[in-house]
Design a protein around this ligand. Structure first.
Ligand SMILES: *Cc1c(COP(=O)(O)O)cnc(C)c1O
Length: 398
């Protein structure tokens, strides 16, 4: 607490310095929102010491108690040593990539990636002399063959977008480790409730907290968690310099969302698997992919890595192609046509007419997307209401 104001202080001064109640004999049940970005000290020595201590709070770009609570919470969920929180998922991904790379470095990455990540890798290659080799994400020998002396990282996604392909994390991370190369895994689609990549050999795990972790479509956020403290310290240094850090209110909303993550993801995974089974039998549907449903190309890997459920995302190909995809996403009423995922509300997307509209048929196929592919991010609504909605929209798309 700051020193008492002199008793002679005038209203203009009193208005600026409102007293803060001290809580004694009780504690707040939830993490308090420390929205203030700056902290006051009693002595010059204490402030000088704070500059050197990673756990002191002096200026929120370098650390804030509410943001720190989120970092600790997600690090624990992922079984990690520590975490660094960011303003968005892309903030986390950029910070980790730039923290591990230098000019002339080489990346091995899975071919089917989140669009924003693919754009960053393309930019790094075009403008910063970083080379990227793409691999399928299912074959450890392919990773071994792609590694070079100057490879700085292997980049994978637990469940890929929008194909729902599941990477064989243990085999691929082991191949990278043999060569002393760290593995970075984007675990956004699975969340730490379904998969903890560090247990399967990952060194760094990144999330768009915007999706499942926060879960309510009201906040942007990103987080990176680290298996070891040295790597955390190294990337944290870059994060503080780059400044793509989390606003305390965003961290507070994410912490609130996190409390119901286990319930949400359990319902979303179960409903997604149930809907995938019903969709597969619908005449308007040519193919359905969900990691927990038989017939998925990585069903065996998914059974090992995602034993508690395959997540809330279902990808399906409509028999009517591009036109059917468009009709379907405009016909849903409970679900919403929206680009995000992991929300409590069900969201649908038709990549060929929206997010991937610039790609021709050949480029779409290379990304694992058919003209009639639709992505479904299943929410927590009643599964029968969702089925009725999908069924009526599919009938229009026949
Ligand atoms: C949304 C998303 C991102 C980017 O996150 P933002 O919070 O939008 O910056 C990265 N990876 C995956 C898998 C995503 O779904």
């Amino acid at each position: 607490m700051s020193a008492e104001l002199p008793e002679t202080s005038r209203p203009e001064t009193l208005a600026v310095h409102s007293p803060q109640p001290e809580i004694r004999g009780s504690r707040p049940l939830g993490v308090p929102l420390h929205q203030g970005h700056v902290f006051a000290f009693e002595s010059a020595d204490a402030l000088a010491e704070a500059f050197e201590s990673p756990d002191a709070f002096l200026y929120s770009r370098m650390g804030n108690p509410t943001v720190r609570a989120l970092e600790t919470a997600v690090a624990r969920l992922e079984g990690a040593a520590d975490a660094q929180s960011y303003a968005s998922g892309m903030g986390a991904i950029n910070s980790v990539l730039l923290g591990l790379l230098s000019t002339g470095g080489h990346i091995v990455a899975q071919r089917c990636l989140y669009g924003g990540t693919y754009a960053v890798l393309t930019d790094l290659a075009a403008r910063w002399g970083v080379e990227v080799t793409y691999v399928s994400g299912t074959d450890a020998d392919e990773v071994r063959a792609a590694l070079r002396p100057h490879t700085r990282l292997l980049y994978l996604e637990t469940i890929a977008n929008p194909t729902t392909r599941v990477s064989d994390l243990p085999a691929l991370a082991a191949a990278a480790r043999e060569a002393g190369v760290p593995t970075v895994v984007d675990n956004t689609f699975a969340s730490p409730l379904l998969c903890r990549p560090i247990e399967h050999g990952a060194d760094i795990v990144v999330h768009s907290a915007t999706k499942y972790l926060a879960g309510h479509a009201d906040v942007l956020g990103g987080i990176a968690v680290f298996k070891d403290v040295d790597m955390h310290r190294r990337i944290r240094h870059h994060a503080v310099e780059q400044g793509a850090v989390t606003d305390p209110f965003a961290a507070w909303l994410t912490l609130r969302g996190l409390q119901t993550l286990p319930l949400r993801i359990e319902r979303q995974s179960a409903s997604a698997a149930e809907l995938a089974g019903r969709l597969a039998a619908h005449p308007a549907v040519a193919a359905v992919r969900h990691p927990a449903v038989a017939g998925h190309p990585d069903h065996e890997v998914a059974a090992r890595l995602l034993p508690k459920g395959g997540g809330g995302v279902v990808s399906l190909d409509l028999t009517g192609g591009r036109e059917a995809g468009r009709t379907f996403v405009e016909a849903v009423r409970v679900a919403s046509l929206s680009v995000s995922l992991g929300d409590v509300k069900t969201l649908v997307m038709h990549p060929a007419s929206t997010s991937h509209r610039q790609l021709d048929e050949q480029a779409l196929a290379a990304a694992g997307i058919a003209p009639g592919t639709v992505r479904l991010s299943v929410g927590i609504e009643h599964v029968e209401d969702l089925w009725s909605d999908l069924d009526q929209a599919l009938t229009k798309a026949l």
